[in-house]
Structure formats: C-alpha cells, structure tokens
Write a protein that binds this ligand. Structure first.
Ligand SMILES: [Zn+2]
Length: 77
C-alpha cells in the first residue's frame, strides 16, 4: 500500500473516495492510493485526516490488499 500525491488540473471533476465512497472536490493536490503498484483511486481529505493507521485498517478490508498492507507513506500521517 502506497500513497502518491499528484497535482490536480484547475478544472478537476468531483472524485469519489476509494475508502468511504464519498464524493469530494480535489484541491491543489490529490492523494492516490496504490496497492501492488496499481492505482486504486483517490482519498478524500476526511479519510486522510484520520491518519495512516486508519487508512491501513480500511485497506485491509479491501479484497485486493492481501499482502500489500505492509507499507504506507508518511504523507498520510
Ligand atoms: Zn474518504
């Protein structure tokens, strides 16, 4: 599990959070969740604010996360 911060173009559309499915408007940067080097989707500011341990717990419930929960970026801390 990795998080990657990507820049957002000025007219970004609403995104749906990969964790909570809540729609949100990306601001200056978006944070994309990667599992097994595959982009899973964007994380909303609310989920990011919960911290790395929360995100790890949520990802562990995702079926594709089987053995990829051992690593998380400090960007989410
Ligand atoms: Zn969320």
């Amino acid at each position: 599990m990795q998080l990657q911060i990507e820049s957002v173009c000025s007219h970004a559309a609403l995104e749906s959070c990969v964790i909570c499915s809540h729609p949100f408007q990306p601001s200056l940067a978006r944070v994309v969740l990667y599992i097994n080097e595959q982009a899973q989707g964007d994380l909303c500011p609310t989920c990011l604010a919960q911290g790395a341990s929360y995100l790890r717990t949520q990802v562990q419930t995702m079926p594709q996360s089987d053995s990829f929960v051992d690593r998380i970026s400090h960007h989410a801390a």
